[in-house]
Ligand binder design. Structure first.
Ligand code: FAD
Length: 402
């Protein structure tokens, strides 16, 4: 596959994708003394100073601990980290609220909300400081399996080889396909429109998820008198919402939220994300592994996507560090199989559960409306069920034995 003039660059692990998952893995490996190379298709400036993308990432306690250990948390601007005290869930026109707070789980907070572009920025800075080799403008176009090494080729005809290649190239991962790994894709037919907004009244750190009948509306607390409005609409209605003037958009959100935060106004540009859930059929193959959204791409309603990404990073780095300690091959089947087992055990039930919740709470037909109300009423009266959900929200996932 390599031409006569193609020079090969070797490292211990090649990571394709310099997003928040790929960069976090590179730092974790560097801490274990494993030299990784990150290949990223974007240019250096976009990686070093990522543009605001409207995503507010709810991070669990576990994710915070992982980010602290990686030196990423300390690089987040303190005044942009918003504590998440409670979450309130509402259905349709019912006045009933299903509240979640962290006290039952022995925590003060459910978690923290941080802008995605700040996480990307901090992860890049941490990787650069850890001495990770980051190659930008490097779009991987081909994968070349070998006996002792796996190699990738970039558009510029450079070749990078390592005992292990990790795909961290998003939920629509082309590396996953090149590696022969299929995926379950669920297109929800919905688009999330996200927008930073200002408002009059304090949000008190409460996130609101309102499952309405035409669209859902989430209001996520940000630092100060700001929130992120996440409007999820049928994808054929998205253009109309995106074409609204700022004042009309703000008035619509304010009215749907029944002015609970007083007058609202738009504070940044709107962004939209078509919602597709993805679950890879395998997370590992010979000399090849998937992390981040390339392994599990979640619907954002339960806020698990990057939290799962970090969990996977922690598990894979642990397995590779053990392999390195024992003098083993980093691309050997054993550590990769252990990673796959643990990550599937933790993520699959929540992936399926999230999809089922989304199906039910975006179904406006009469029987579904009835069931939606019943589910909320039952959940209100079942403290053990609420405790399980709260544990998921705070990131209290248990590690596998052994
Ligand atoms: C609206 C919204 C809200 C969300 N809210 C939350 C939340 O509250 N909590 C939470 O935990 N998660 C949330 N998420 C999910 C979270 O944003 C993702 O899980 C996370 O960004 C995935 O990171 P990643 O590094 O796996 O992938 P990405 O961020 O997609 O990065 C992939 C990288 O790979 C690069 N790349 C792709 N192809 C190639 C190639 N061929 N060669 C080289 N480079 C390549 C891309 O340029 C990109 O930099 C939300 C998502 C959305 C859309």
């Amino acid at each position: 596959m390599s031409g006569p003039g193609t020079a090969t660059q070797r490292s211990e692990v090649v990571i394709v994708g310099g997003g928040p998952a790929g960069l976090a893995l590179a730092v974790a490996l560097a801490q274990a003394g494993i030299a990784g190379t990150v290949l990223e298709q974007q240019g250096a400036a976009a990686l070093e100073h990522p543009a605001e993308d409207g995503r507010e990432i709810a991070l669990t306690h576990r994710s915070r601990r992982i980010l602290e250990a990686l030196g990423i948390w300390a690089r987040l601007p303190a005044d942009e980290i918003a504590p998440l005290a409670q979450a309130h869930v509402r259905d349709g026109v019912s006045p009933l609220v299903l509240p979640f707070d962290a006290h039952r789980d022995g925590q003060q907070m459910l978690g923290w909300l941080v802008p995605n572009f700040r996480i990307r920025e901090a992860a890049h800075a941490a990787a650069a400081d850890a001495g990770v080799k980051i190659v930008t403008d490097a779009q991987v176009a081909a994968l070349e399996p070998g006996h002792a090494d796996m190699a990738v080729h970039t558009g510029s005809d450079a070749r990078y080889a390592a005992p292990l290649v990790v795909a961290a190239d998003s939920r629509f991962s082309s590396l996953r396909r090149m590696g022969g790994i299929g995926a379950h894709l669920h297109d929800f037919g919905r688009t999330a429109i996200v927008c930073r907004m200002s408002h009059e009244r304090a949000h008190e750190g409460i996130a609101h998820e309102c499952f309405r009948y035409q669209n859902t509306l989430a209001i996520l607390p940000m630092a100060g008198l700001h929130c992120s409005a996440v409007v999820t609409v049928r994808s054929d209605h998205a253009a109309e919402w995106l074409a609204l003037g700022d004042a009309e958009f703000a008035a619509r959100v304010q009215s749907q939220f029944e002015s609970r935060l007083g007058t609202m106004s738009v504070a940044a540009r709107r962004h939209s994300y078509p919602l597709v859930g993805v679950y890879a059929r395998r997370f590992a193959a010979p000399r090849f592994a998937l992390v981040g959204d390339a392994a599990v791409g979640m619907h954002p309603v339960t806020a698990h996507g990057y939290n799962f990404g970090l969990y996977g990073v922690e598990v894979l780095a642990r397995e590779l560090a053990q392999a390195r300690h024992g003098g083993g091959d980093l691309g050997a089947a054993g550590p990769l199989a252990a990673y796959e087992r643990e990550h599937q055990r933790v993520t699959l039930p929540i992936y399926l559960g999230t999809n089922a919740i989304v199906q039910l709470f975006t179904d406006d037909r009469a029987p579904a409306r009835l069931l939606r109300g019943t589910v909320l009423r039952v959940a209100r009266r079942l403290p053990p069920l609420k405790a399980v959900i709260t544990r998921q929200l705070t990131g209290g996932v248990r590690r596998a034995a052994g």
